[in-house]
Design a protein. Structure first.
Length: 95
């Protein structure tokens, strides 16, 4: 399954209701599970990003889940496709 690293930043709306962030995460986790996405980790962070999560799922499922999350207006995300060492060796073998 593809791995994604999601970098999240609270919007103005999201920071105003930051105390609800753990509950919003639980709701997102349920949506993700319904789309066969595995939540590998989530961290609330300080610095440029407010949340960093890793998840595994199909391209379509992850895209749908993150679009649904974004439509709620609490978090903006940047998504990175991650590769394990073995996966990256496969990429390099095609060069």
């Amino acid at each position: 399954m593809p791995t994604y690293i999601v970098l999240g930043s609270f919007t103005d709306q999201g920071i105003k209701s930051v105390k609800e962030s753990p509950a919003r995460y639980e709701a997102f986790k349920a949506v993700a599970a319904s789309l066969d996405i595995t939540m590998k980790s989530v961290y609330w962070t300080v610095g440029q990003y407010d949340i960093v999560a890793t998840l595994e799922g199909s391209d379509q499922a992850v895209t749908a889940a993150l679009l649904k999350l974004g439509a709620q207006g609490n978090v903006k995300t940047q998504t990175l496709r991650g590769y394990t060492a073995e996966e990256f060796k496969g990429v390099l073998a095609k060069l």
